[in-house]
Design a protein around this ligand. Sequence first.
Ligand code: ZN
Length: 236
Amino acid sequence: MGNRSGLTGSYSLALRATALANARLEDPADVWVLLADQPWLRDIATEADLHTLRVAGHRLREVFQTVTAGHEREAVDRLNGLLTRYRVRPTISGTYAGDWHIHVAAPGTPPVEYLAAAVWGLAVWLCQRGIDRLGVCAEPRCHNAFLDDSSNRCRRFCSDRCATRNHVRAHRARRRATPPLTAARRSRTRSAVSNGTRTLTAKIWQLHTMGNCADLHRHSATDHPLRHPRAASPLC
Ligand SMILES: [Zn+2]
């Protein structure tokens, strides 16, 4: 069974390119995961196909990274290079009237057929939706490629999971940067006592200069929170 994704299915093909860019592809088991929805190719994939898919995935990833770095012209050149390497060869196929459909690439040439369709889909997405719709996840521990299908073109994360993880980390960082409430209250209390002491000291000095020791003792006993008036006033 060949690839039945036609031009109208370019979005699903662009998603395929994205999945390929994010695929691990270190051993044959990874190919089975990547091609879970393509059993016609998965069941015949070889070690050589694993290498081919890995190289293509790496180059697709470079396209996403180059866009994210702000080098649009370079990204387009890279994608054009992939279009040249994995050529689209549209073919009408089917077995009966009403079954006619387009294969983006000629059947029977796996995995090039698969790769040609993926690259074609990404190219159509880029031209129709805008190059800024290609992104790399901003979550430091992820960096997956993604297609931004948001209405405001401002998606930063590949998934809700990464967005939540990033927001939780940012929230914890803000909490670490903010002193606990009890410490803040202690700080405000120390500041208030210090200001009160300075005010009272000024008042005592004023009474001394006026020679009114009775007033001095009255103010010191009632106002000063820290010292006994007589011990604090050796001038009397
Ligand atoms: Zn992510």
